[in-house]
Design a protein around this ligand. Sequence first.
Ligand SMILES: Cc1cc2nc3c(=O)[nH]c(=O)nc-3n(C[C@H](O)[C@H](O)[C@H](O)COP(=O)(O)OP(=O)(O)OC[C@H]3O[C@@H](n4cnc5c(N)ncnc54)[C@H](O)[C@@H]3O)c2cc1C
Length: 482
Amino acid sequence: MDDAADFLAQAAATLGERAFTRDPELVDPWLTDWRGRFTGAALGLASPSSPQQLSALVKLCAAHGVALVPQGGNSGMSGGATPDTSGHQLLLSLRRMDAIGPVDAEGRKVTCGAGAILQHLHEAAEAAGMRFPLTLGGKGSATVGGLISTNAGGTQVLRHGSMRAQVMGIEAVLADGAVFSQLVPLKKDNRGFDLKQLLIGSEGTLGIITAATLRLLPALADRIVVWAGVPSLQVARALLLHCERAVGDALEGFEVLPQSCLEKVLTHLPSARAPLAEVHPWHVLIEVVADASAAATLRDRTEAMLASAFEAGLVEDAAMSASEAQAEAFWLLRDSIAPAERAQGPAVQHDISVPVEKMPDFVTAAVPQIEAAWPGTRAVAFGHLGDGNVHFHVIAPPGVVPAAWQEGDGKAISRQVHDMVTAWGGSISAEHGIGQLKRDELGRLGDPVAIALMQRIKHALDPQGLLNPGKLVPLAPSPSNP
Ligand SMILES: Cc1cc2nc3c(=O)[nH]c(=O)nc-3n(C[C@H](O)[C@H](O)[C@H](O)COP(=O)(O)OP(=O)(O)OC[C@H]3O[C@@H](n4cnc5c(N)ncnc54)[C@H](O)[C@@H]3O)c2cc1C
């Protein structure tokens, strides 16, 4: 028996029939990323159901030099969960480790498996009178492990922070098969490095997350979603400051999208309706919330916030949700931007941030610059203005061959966008991570000292380089730090 056959036989014996397959019908659907930009091949698909089973598998992989590619819901935007094309890597699904709870309402926390789906976590928290304060458009498939590994953001970062702020404890299997278990959440703990923070945002390159203890908040008593039309992104930013002054902590979300994005979504969702009668250059979705102590006055406070915004000339028109169904309908429009765009053909996406106050001017400068340099393209920016994070997408001219365009003009456009972002003091990855999509760009534009540190940490924790190789950590030593 050769080594590969030996490994496969032992992996099947370690995991059992249900948890290890090479059946293309079961493996192939997981070999392409959500955007369809990367397709890999795999030795097989492993789906362990416990940290102990995973630990045994990782030890086996270490003994045979087999690389592992962790995968949760495969909703990531950077190709981080897609294996390379060699067929030598093992795809590792955490989806069977999906237990949630019980919810500890008094302690405001819940422990769940890495494979728990975000939507299910929301439902479990809600059933116990609590809520998990992070959400995003991919909530029906994104898992706790994936959210932690990408340090995901979403639409509530403005008030509650990204995934990093929600994690109280972590359990993970390390590259040598050891189980790092720090699920017990201590409010104060100064016993050295905060190792869980190292794993958060490490995209499966330093350890495989198997469970986490997450912070919860009491359920909301009421929320109102406002859809407003505004003349420019600069005015949208002024409106954000106005809302923060008017309702303070009640402001939970503040998202922006241009008219062209809304039109794309309405084409994609034929039964949806535009919230406002007229066309506006930019649209803003504002969510305000209240717990039981403040719910009685929420509508009055929101109306007052809007009235003064109209008076100050910050809003051209606005609609306030009158029911939970209408609030959901407004959010559906926002959450459908990514699927609508995916359905419309090739584009290059940039998940970027610059200092919050500079974002309107950045977008105003970048859109015409890119469209002029690549005639026929259309650049759109939408997303989390309140966090200084927009998704800056450049849509290909009609009629191009998608793969050839992505490889040629698409890559050149991305380089120019990333150069601009760097010059404006920003980040080429605000919330989607680096994966394989941006690894070379991080190597090109990242701080050489920071990259060298990342390389050293990666080597210390994964000396054989078997955890998600080819992702996140740039390969080549930087010139100034050989
Ligand atoms: C419609 C839509 C909207 C989205 N909106 C947002 C948004 O607003 N904000 C945002 O931040 N993201 C957004 N995303 C992206 C995506 O949902 C997040 O990146 C999410 O965190 C990925 O979770 P996942 O379980 O699908 O991870 P995967 O895609 O499976 O994996 C992502 C990365 O994490 C690693 N990984 C997965 N599980 C583990 C584990 N248990 N241990 C170690 N490593 C692991 C993978 O190797 C990979 O590198 C959106 C996606 C979609 C489809």
